[in-house]
Design a protein around this ligand. Structure first.
Ligand code: PGA
Length: 270
């Protein structure tokens, strides 16, 4: 059964001193054993957030990782450097594709490094508005997945690596805009994503891979996404900096998680 996951992407917000307090406040208001939560602060706040979250059950994630393990890459952070600070990492966020020119091939190498270091990656994919309007959304996401995962799929231990994979479907036009996708469209994309994963050789047709929705998620709209059985949670940006919003989002996720657990354990409660 897939976990319900709420991942918080703090982007370039918070300095270490305030990050620790914010993480502790969110943990105190949201910790729930049925919801997997990941807080992804800026690199410089990872240690503070790790310490603040110790013993809460919430995990720590980085927002990016370099595609090499070591070398002359001024200002970069590699996967081995993150070990001990984070257990998750966001890879291929659209803001990095846009601002740092990250390609699918490069993102695939980052995934590889993350897996090699034992970090659990959240791979972000999503179309531009013009792609959706032209009816190309699924083709764009299919190409992103293939571009990032094809090399990984060729590896001998692909099955084991894919086992930890999480996909975040984030339509670019919905990120930070207040204009979220519709739940039904996100659910259709989740089906398309698993179809691609299946073709790439992911075990069980991709049915074990959690697919999150991201893009202007709030406490007010999270229910629309979690009502879709193919959606397993959210990657939350702006709202993840607000404890009230996180309390609402994780609270709703807990309802979904318990309903799904009840169905899985056979008592039919939905
Ligand atoms: P948003 O960001 O929730 O602020 O739209 C989501 C993301 O970029 O992951």
């Amino acid at each position: 059964m897939r976990s319900v996951i709420i991942a918080a992407n703090w982007k370039m917000h918070t300095v270490p001193a305030e990050a620790a307090g914010l993480a502790a406040t969110i943990a105190a208001r949201t910790a729930d054993p049925d919801v997997m939560q990941v807080i992804c602060p800026p690199f410089v706040a990872l240690a503070a957030v790790r310490d603040a979250l110790a013993g809460t059950g919430l995990a720590v994630g980085a927002q990016n990782v370099h595609h090499e393990t070591t070398g002359a890459y001024t200002g970069e952070v590699s996967a081995p450097m993150l070990v001990g600070l984070a257990t998750w990492v966001i890879v291929g966020h659209s803001e990095r594709r846009r601002d740092a020119g990250e390609t699918d091939e490069l993102i695939g190498r980052k995934l590889q490094r993350a897996w090699d270091a034992g970090l659990r990656p959240i791979l972000c994919v999503g179309e531009q508005l013009e792609d959706r309007e032209a009816g190309r959304a699924e083709a764009v996401v299919d190409a992103q997945l293939r571009g990032a995962l094809a090399e990984v799929g060729a590896g001998e231990d692909a099955r084991a690596r894919f086992a930890g994979l999480v996909i975040a479907y984030e339509p670019v036009w919905a990120i930070g805009t207040g204009r979220n996708a519709r739940g039904a469209d996100a659910a259709a994309m989740a089906d398309a994503i698993r179809a691609t994963l299946s073709r790439l050789g992911v075990a069980d047709g991709g049915s074990g891979v959690p697919v999150l929705y991201g893009g202007s998620v709030t406490a007010a709209n999270i229910a629309e996404f979690l009502a879709e059985p193919t959606i397993d949670g959210a990657l939350v940006g702006g709202a993840s900096l607000k404890p009230d919003e996180m309390a609402g989002i994780v609270g709703r996720a807990a309802v979904t998680a318990r309903a799904r657990l009840a169905v899985a354990s056979g008592n039919g409660v939905t």
